[in-house]
Design a protein around this ligand. Structure first.
Ligand code: SF4
Length: 287
């Protein structure tokens, strides 16, 4: 897919967040060229880039490092501290897209936090092994670096996560981060209906994660809000219509209750620590 890249000037970069485990988020880019089919952030395209397909555009916030420093100075003056809680990179883009190799916006923002001596946690969440480039910066911060891993099967990655790097590359990145002494976690989100919801699938995935040396895991139920559903189900209907009812079924209490019991059973075979003590669920409760 052709990607339309634009350089833009951001007005503010450090945004308050209501996400679990993050007080602020930094999104160095607008859009995400990985283009996952279940992406909850795709709604951004509708108002920033109406008519453009999610994954086909990317705005580069070239002044993000400079604005981040201004935001940090303003907040630390207001709060009288250099710790405002956890700052997450990122919530509606991936901070280590291929374009980060050229533009280095995430890297420069992390350097700003190092130079500022930010004392709070700096969390990163990505699907890309490019994250290992910045190990030296993570070692200087109070950091926690997460890789998203929804399956071990690269065919499923290609099917649902578009241009995102293969699962094996993410596992290797985790291993590298752990060997360098960086605190890590894995985000299994969303738990994929049909592909990652049986005991044997979860057991294999959790064991692979544990073998990298990672100790913490975050789990999330699939969010099937109307906006996500529209895009995802259109895709499924076109590419694999037999999967639509299986994903539809995941939008029920019964499915989530059963999945939670299966997940807990599979986790008992490992020493992984389940963050928040349960599976995160952002969707609207539907009977
Ligand atoms: S990597 Fe994250 S932000 Fe990017 S498309 Fe996938 S789910 Fe959305």
């Amino acid at each position: 897919m052709r990607v339309d890249i634009r350089e833009i000037q951001a007005k503010s970069v450090l945004t308050p967040s209501s996400l679990p485990g993050a007080e602020y988020v930094v999104n160095p880019y607008v859009g995400c060229t990985f283009g996952c089919k279940y992406c909850f952030a795709a709604f951004i395209g509708r108002w920033k880039h109406p008519g453009e397909e999610w994954g086909s555009f990317l705005d580069i916030k070239t002044n993000a490092p400079e604005i981040l420093l201004k935001d940090l100075k303003r907040l630390s003056k207001k709060l009288g501290a250099k710790n405002f809680g956890t700052i997450l990179f990122s919530s509606v883009t991936d901070p280590y897209l291929g374009q980060e190799t050229k533009y280095k916006i995430t890297q420069q923002c992390l350097q700003v936090l190092v130079n500022f001596n930010y004392e709070g946690k700096v969390a990163v969440l990505t699907k890309s092994p490019l994250v290992t480039r910045d190990i030296n910066l993570f070692q200087k911060l109070n950091s926690s670096v997460g890789l998203t891993l929804t399956t071990l099967d690269d065919k499923i990655v290609q099917f649902l996560e578009g241009n995102a790097p293969p699962a094996s590359a993410r596992l290797n990145a985790l291993q590298k981060l752990n060997s360098a002494g960086v605190e890590t976690y894995v985000f299994v989100g969303p738990l994929l209906p049909y592909f990652t919801d049986r005991f044997d699938q979860l057991d294999k995935l959790f064991n692979k994660i544990e073998a990298t040396g990672t100790k913490e895991i975050w789990l999330e139920h699939i969010n099937l809000s109307p906006k996500i559903k529209e895009r995802l189900f259109n895709y499924l209907q076109k590419e694999a219509p037999e999967l639509t009812p299986k994903f539809q079924e995941a939008d029920t209490h019964e499915y989530r209750d059963k999945l939670e019991a299966t997940v807990k059973k599979a986790l008992r075979n490992t020493n992984l620590n389940l963050a928040m003590g349960s599976i995160i669920f952002h969707g609207k409760v539907k009977p």
